[in-house]
Design a protein around this ligand. Sequence first.
Ligand code: SF4
Length: 693
Amino acid sequence: MGSYVRTGALTSSSKPLKHDQELRPSICCLCNGGCGIKISLDQDGKIKAVFGDPENPYNKGKICPKPMEISQTLYGPYRVRYPMKKVNGTFERISWDEALDLIAQKYNHYLKENGSGSIVGITSKVGGSYSKLAHSIFSSLTGLVNYGTGPICTDSEVNVRKKLFGDGSGTSPLSDVLNSKLLLIVGNNAAQTKAGQFHWITEAKRSGTRIVVIDTRFTETAQAADLFIQIRPGTDAALGMALLNYVIKNNLYDPTFVSEHTNGFGRLAQDVSSFTTERAAEVTGVPQNVIERLAEDLATLRPGMLFEGRGVVCVNNAGASIWAFESLMAILGNIGKPGSGIISHINNTGGISNLIQTKDVMKPDRKRSSSTLYKDMLEGDVKMLLISGNPCVTWPDSARMRTAVKGLDFVVSHTLVLDDSAVLADIVLPATHWLEEAGAQASVHRVLQWKNKVVDTLGEEKSGGDFYRLLAERMGLPSSYFPDSPEAAWELERKYNKNVAGISRERMLATPGGIHFPCSEVGKETVRLFPSGTFKTSTGKVELSGVSDAPLDYVDTTEAPGNMGVSREKYPYIFSTNKVASHYHTECQYSDWANEMEKPYVEIHPLTALEIGVGEGDQVRVETVAGSVILPAKITLSVPRGFLSTQPYFGLQSPYGQVPANTLFPVAADPIGGNLVSKNIMCNAKAEGGQES
Ligand code: SF4
């Protein structure tokens, strides 16, 4: 991806920006890539164009298309500019004071009458570090339980890694790949999902790192690899277990690392002992000699790194796959050294502790999993919902989520646009965009960079930081805990979170690319985790068998949650979702340009298309046990026969007017890691008649 320029107005008279104009630096917050951006403003102080920042050492001037859509998101017709209240089914403008009074009154009412568990937050896009801190303080004071992006994106990865290593974050920066001899990319189309940072992988390849991609789809990432291994959907755990077995049986692992830094090696070896490469070849469709060559390469080409993606995390047998591949990295001694470890966009800097006095902390009065949340919403156990995000599109069984949200007593949406979730709210509050709020931004390189506020809001938008502080004041909570600016919030964060204590705002601003964390004192950056071989588990060792009481085992995706008991005759194909670089966030879709660039489609292999009788562009109805969607066919050899895939996050309220693809996924969770399933569901597909318009 190159450096893009995009004007806001999209008119033929729009002129390219001259490079000698003043450009305001900031950091893109869309995907945790952490790309540096430079922004030009027009004479009215509005964003005119967005460039990649050539001085940022991590993206070196490159960005993907998403930040270039910002001017349309910010100034387009879909933006919410003032608070609104639903009256007889129609939104009416109200003041912030009126909105806050009403929310505070409802909140206190449900707290008193129904307990803290009757109020829930679904807050995947609460804002930057200022808003996140305020949200966290508010939650501690009210017992609010929040469901962030975890259930739909990261839970399995975080939970398995925490049990193995004691920390859910990726262990190593993406930039470390230049020190690596082999990079194993599993279920991850980074060329699309981290497009501004993908140059690290191509650069590493040019300098001799062997790039191996395992995926069901022949992705853009696969096309850039030295070796692409096409695997049957949902069989990654079988491959990971066979690699473990081969490496163990042939003594290809690192015996010193295993004996000094791991527990449970014997049980792991036992768990995988029946998974021969021959058996794995039958299950995965990957030839036996390819599996064995990969195992040999992994053993020979050390240090090596692993970069897993949503293709293995958001599936019904995710836990076993992550457990197998990350254990493999551990027994090869690929942790803690330059060029080794696990890359991930999960970059948790850790939370604050001891900021709130014990007397002021309210514990949640009940617990529920993300799967049981639907039922509790539908059955009245949940009364009130705070939304920052778009769960009616991004969560599985989207139609059921819509019904559940619609049926609640009181719903508040703090949002940029009137999306599928916001339209169901009783109160809609205008949120600031991330370029209208400063803060610290973590990235896939395990660094924190200071993100400058670049523009003022044009309407009555407020950040989550301001919203939760003002709401706390109205509710009679001790509001002195809350910071009143992004800068004050960061100072509090540093005081109560030792992982970032050494990272001042000034230090971030003075250091191109930012500061590696944890960094407990000035000067002490941690580039990669576990350099001394001491892990954060209770034993200080990698707990190879500590992920589950049950043995590591492979369960076929068609027999795992979501597909269990589903008729193969009725639903003979597998349906999945994949992200594309131009618009996988709700905010990026409320843009005419996104619509110009790429419309929804379903990828189908030519032989599958022949079976169901559709040609390019014909409408296809995809059906699962949870629902159905209609999409135009894109016939391609990049997916295997019997496998269909589409983009996950289009919504009914967006300019696309598309039934969300997540409608097709029943509510089911990976039993080991807990992620809700949003890939690899059994489906049927039929010609619907008609061509896309
Ligand atoms: S790769 Fe991610 S961080 Fe970089 S420009 Fe794209 S969305 Fe932003």
